[in-house]
Design a protein around this ligand. Sequence first.
Ligand code: ZN
Length: 155
Amino acid sequence: MATEAAVDVPKDGSWPALRERAFAAMAHAYAPYSGFRVGAALMGSDGSIAEGCNVENASYPAGMCAERGAIAAAVARGMHEFTAIVIATEAEVPTPPCGICRQVLMEFAPQLLVLSVTRSGAEAQWSMPDLLPHAFTPTSLGAHAASKRRRTECM
Ligand code: ZN
């Protein structure tokens, strides 16, 4: 096990369920260009799980990562708080979220536990502060933007 940081396993023992759902999502990945399939399973603070997989596109920048797909699926279900995410790949070495996904995950879950697993059984764990120190967060926008944000959350 290639643990890079000490991160507690979720107290409800959800890692096995999250692993299973992440690998199931990975099986649906649309990655005809890279061949690099990724699945993600995100645990909401209420214990519910939302999945995502990478979805590539012939116009490469239009592609979407599994982690952001999971966030989008979760938000569409009204989930805004998360405790853990499992990222599943077929790589030899566990892969952390890309920079864009780190930013998106930080928006909703600054204390998120991140577990990356591979088909071969390798894994690595991080926390969001490990992955994105000195993050740009909603508070970085200042008081005015924060009040606008609260208004849109009520819509
Ligand atoms: Zn990404």
